[in-house]
Design a protein around this ligand. Structure first.
Ligand SMILES: C[S@@+](CC[C@H](N)C(=O)[O-])C[C@H]1O[C@@H](n2cnc3c(N)ncnc32)[C@H](O)[C@@H]1O
Length: 388
């Protein structure tokens, strides 16, 4: 159990510092020996097909960079190094001979990791290659804002046992971020602006239970008492937003570390015009979704406003589109193969099942891929350009 320092006499503090300590403090959740895979399943754990597809993307980046002598694969939020290990293993020998894996992680280097993988607290500066962040940004701590009974937006404070109270209204850059990306600012006589058209892939449908992305049932009540607007046109009490400013900054810093190449952030995402009205903050423990309690006992996560993270030149795809473009398909093998080569048929069938999980509607396939080329053309066709 971590000792959550208090900002107020009643023991409450903002969600951002509370999460920071609960996840990354000396006895935080991500310091535990079992690692993230002990508590939830990401695309990396779901199938080696994911690492294979990322290896193919690295090959495309390599081509766009004209085959540099040093080709970097930087995995941000590397967990226990599972993705970087799988990517290096899946590369063709010639590319592998020039490739170097960099795992960027706040947790300690796991024993037995391939000695060729460098374990770092920060992204290496100025490298050339592919920087990849799978389910990293959702774990970058942020503050939460909520509309009170008078229609005023206030920061949500939390105690170590998870009970919440409302604090001051957000100010400065946080208030500006809310106004730009997730407005909750309706007051009597100035209702919320009408929703804009989403400028990214559609928001995820409810994923299956064992998928880390699931926030089913924990996005607050199904409906505010008066819908998204209060009885007099003000924002309804209880509406919430998660202030993604620290994620935007974290992503911008990661992209800035890349000399040339492609940066990719993959996460469960939402987009302007279709933000979840009560937010998505939730917890995960032992494979189950749980109440987010900032005591180090569970993961604390919130979906990512990926469009807000996007920098000029970015494109947004769904994981289904991205993996499809990288050759991952859930198509079943032909029955003819079963009679000519039963072993190959069974292998292909298992692969099709795993591909189906990675690309499933309502599950991992709905994740957003934010592609940010740096000094090269985008090596993956398709997707939409977010407004930045
Ligand atoms: C949800 S896990 C994802 C692990 C892995 N990428 C996967 O997809 O299986 C998020 C990881 O990001 C790490 N992390 C969070 N913030 C970080 C930071 N600022 N620098 C490096 N790692 C970070 C956590 O320690 C954790 O291992």
């Amino acid at each position: 159990m971590s000792a959550v320092r208090c900002d107020r006499a009643d023991g409450a503090r903002g969600w951002r510092p509370a999460t920071e300590e609960a996840l990354y403090g000396p006895s935080g959740f991500y310091r535990r020996p079992e690692g993230p895979a002990g508590h939830f399943r990401t695309s990396v754990h779901a199938s080696p097909l994911f690492a294979g597809a990322v290896a193919r993307l690295l090959c495309r980046v390599d081509e766009a960079l004209a085959h540099p002598a040093d080709l970097a694969f930087v995995d941000i939020g590397a967990g226990r190094g599972e993705l970087v290990t799988g990517v290096l293993k899946a590369l063709p020998a010639e590319v592998a001979s020039r490739a170097r894996g960099h795992a960027v992680e706040r947790a300690a280097r796991p024993p037995g990791l391939d000695h060729r993988i460098e374990w770092l607290p920060e992204p290496p500066p100025g490298v050339t290659g592919l920087l990849f962040a799978n389910e990293w940004l959702d774990n970058v701590p942020l503050d939460v804002a909520e509309v009170d009974a008078e229609g005023t937006v206030r920061l949500v404070l939390v105690r170590e046992d998870g009970t919440e109270a409302l604090g001051e209204p957000p100010a400065g850059a946080e208030a500006e971020w809310l106004a730009r990306w997730w407005p909750l600012t309706g007051t009597p006589g100035s209702p919320l602006p009408p929703p804009e058209a989403p400028n990214g892939p559609p928001p995820p449908e409810e994923p299956p239970e064992d998928v880390h992305a699931s926030a089913a049932g924990l996005q607050g009540p199904a409906q505010a008492p008066h819908g998204p607007h209060g009885p007099h046109g003000q924002a309804a009490e209880g509406l919430r937003a998660e202030i993604g400013l620290p994620r935007d900054a974290a992503w911008a810093a990661a992209v800035a570390s890349l000399g040339r190449g492609l940066a990719v952030a993959v996460d469960y995402a939402h987009f302007a015009g279709a933000r979840p009205p009560f937010g998505t903050l939730t917890g995960f423990r032992d494979g189950r979704e749980t109440a987010p309690v900032p005591d180090g006992s569970c993961d604390i996560t919130a979906h990512v406003a990926l469009d807000a993270c996007a920098l000029p030149g970015a494109r947004l795809l769904s994981q289904r589109e991205a993996l499809g473009a990288l050759g991952v398909s859930g198509e079943r093998p032909s029955l003819a193969l079963a009679s000519t080569d039963p072993t190959a048929y069974v292998r292909a069938l298992a692969g099709a099942g795993e591909a189906a999980e990675l690309t499933a509607r309502g599950g991992l396939g709905d994740f957003g891929w934010l592609l940010q080329p740096v000094g090269i053309p985008n090596p993956l066709a398709g997707g939409e350009q977010p407004s930045t």
